[in-house]
Design a protein around this ligand. Structure first.
Ligand code: MSP
Length: 516
């Protein structure tokens, strides 16, 4: 057994989640489920990033105290993940006392070690991204992901000596080619590290922002939200000496979006290095989901798809499937209601759903709904069995690299092969000749076993429907992994008929979008 630790970003709880947020969470959840199925001991962490200006401002606009506001929104994230089948083991809240204690302890340690100092600072600050930005990052006077241009800020801040870790970071990235994936993001950071990165402002004066973790030795400052949030990856594990930290941290895999790449490399790697924490094992960086207008899906642009409404319309599993299938991890991609609907109708209803209903209908028609025992295998069955046997390893390899779309594609190609097998073995012809009864048994059994294998292979992506499929096949148990051929279904047991993915007929009708 090995321990595996996977994290989603800790979301700003200034609003409800949109599909862009769901993209990272669903990917992390699917990876966690695959690894769990394969026998790893997995912890999946998600949570709420509750401090900082963004939340304080949103709370003020809502005429609510920041803690009450953050709590209400954190709950709506928790609820959304539950409804989208994102089964996290830990939901960290940065306003919790336990987390604050860890942040304070880390700050004190670094301050006492001389890694933090007080200085005046003037620079351009993006309120949207909660950080100082450089001129170089601006396009037409603002960050591409912001609506407002950055503002000039001058204030006394505590600084964390980040620059002194630059050489170490460069070496780490150079020596660990799989640390940041896909590779283009590692190259981007390596280029950035060729020049000085400066030190990091890690405090805000209380008179400007009171909503944060106080700097332990100076009550006139609160902790910068990123310094606080990044530590939420370790605080729930009982850092520094909790057993969970010892077990899980060495495998830490952070799943993030590309807009928070710098904070997760420059800031987080330097922080961990300064604190003597081994660096995370992997940083998996997604591209952005774009709205129908081709721009990054975001609440402020009003081009977001509401994941909960989409789940209601298409089914949670179809939504999860479409997300991983449509937009390759690491790249930007457009996802619209039309695209989700097409995936549902074509892949899930036509290819997989039809295979399921045809197979079960034939078992009912020809074998009274009872799983037949197979007879001798021919080359056709041998090919199906060989493919089924090789898939778990292939799928896991792709999952480890977060190539979920390709993993799913492999399984769907197996579904296509099973559909081809139905056509070539023509059970309806075999059924006409009593002398071919054993041959028909073999074909039906092969199809049922094949479907059982599909249910295991796709369960992490579509947990509810694949559970339903297992139940139709007479297996009421937990999803298996790499189940030996012949042990998926039980000869003599009954199967039921049912429709897994009802097709949506109103193709072209506009689906849910998110109101501003
Ligand atoms: N609170 C920080 C993260 C702290 S992690 C220690 C934050 N929060 S966020 O809510 O603004 O964004 C969370 C994640 O959602 C980021 O990884 C971001 O990339 C992702 N997405 C937000 N919109 C997105 C898309 N349109 N597409 C894909 N992911 C996007 O940043």
């Amino acid at each position: 057994m090995t321990y595996r630790y996977i994290t989603t970003p800790i979301y700003y709880v200034n609003d409800r989640p949109h599909l862009g947020h769901a993209y990272a969470s669903i990917h992390a959840d699917i990876m966690a489920r695959y690894l769990r199925a394969a026998g790893h001991q997995v912890v999946l962490l998600t949570g709420a990033d509750e401090h900082g200006e963004k939340i304080a401002k949103a709370a003020m606009q809502a005429n609510e105290a920041p803690d009450a506001f953050a709590q209400r929104h954190a709950r709506s994230f928790e609820d959304a993940w539950r409804r989208l089948a994102v089964g996290s083991d830990v939901f960290v809240r940065t306003s919790s006392a336990a987390h604050s204690r860890v942040v304070s302890a880390c700050l004190t340690r670094l301050y006492e070690a001389g890694e933090i100092y007080l200085a005046d600072y003037e620079g351009l600050y993006s309120v949207g991204q909660e950080r100082f930005v450089t001129e170089k990052e601006l396009v037409n006077g603002k960050l591409p992901e912001d609506r407002e241009p950055p503002v000039v800020r001058r204030e006394s801040n505590y600084f964390f000596r980040m620059e002194v870790h630059r050489e170490w970071m460069r070496r780490l990235l150079r020596d660990t080619p799989d640390l940041i994936q896909p590779a283009q993001y590692r190259h981007e950071i390596l280029r950035l590290l060729e020049e000085p990165i400066g030190d990091l402002s890690i405090s805000r004066p209380v008179e400007r922002l009171a909503w944060g973790i106080p700097i332990p030795w100076d009550a006139s400052h609160v902790t910068y939200v990123w310094f606080d949030a990044l530590l939420s990856y370790v605080s729930p594990l009982g850092y520094p000496d909790g057993a969970d930290f010892t077990h899980y941290w060495p495998s830490a895999t952070h799943v993030i979006g590309k807009d928070i790449l710098r904070t997760h490399t420059l800031f987080w790697l330097a922080m961990t290095h300064a604190l003597g924490i081994t660096p995370y094992r992997r940083l998996l960086v997604s591209g952005h989901l774009l709205g129908a207008d081709g721009r990054k899906m975001s609440k402020s642009l009003g081009n977001g798809v509401d994941p909960l409404a989409a789940a209601q319309t298409f089914g949670v599993d179809a939504l999860r499937y479409a997300l991983v299938r449509e937009v390759s991890f690491g790249f930007d991609g457009i996802i619209t209601n039309e695209v989700i609907e097409q995936r549902l109708n074509r892949d899930l209803a036509d290819d997989l759903g039809n295979l399921v209903s045809r197979t079960l209908a034939m078992v009912h028609r020809y074998r009274a709904g009872i799983v037949p025992a197979p007879g001798a295998y021919t080359a056709g069955e041998e090919a199906i069995m060989a493919r089924a046997a090789s898939l778990p390893e292939v799928v896991l390899m792709l999952v480890e690299e977060m190539k979920l779309g390709r993993a799913v594609e492999q399984v769907m190609a197996f579904v296509t092969a099973l559909n081809g097998y139905v056509a070539t073995s023509a059970p309806w012809t075999l059924a006409k000749d009593p002398a071919l009864a054993k041959r028909l048994d073999t074909v039906l059994h092969t199809l049922l076993e094949g479907l059982h294998a599909v249910s295991s292979l796709l369960s992490p992506v579509m947990p509810a429907s694949m559970g339903q499929l297992r139940a139709l096949l007479g297996d009421g148990g937990e999803p298996g992994w790499n189940v030996p051929w012949g042990e998926g279904v039980t000869a003599g047991a009954g199967v039921r008929q049912g429709i897994l993915f009802p097709k949506r007929r109103e193709a072209g009708v506009a689906g849910p979008t998110m109101s501003r």
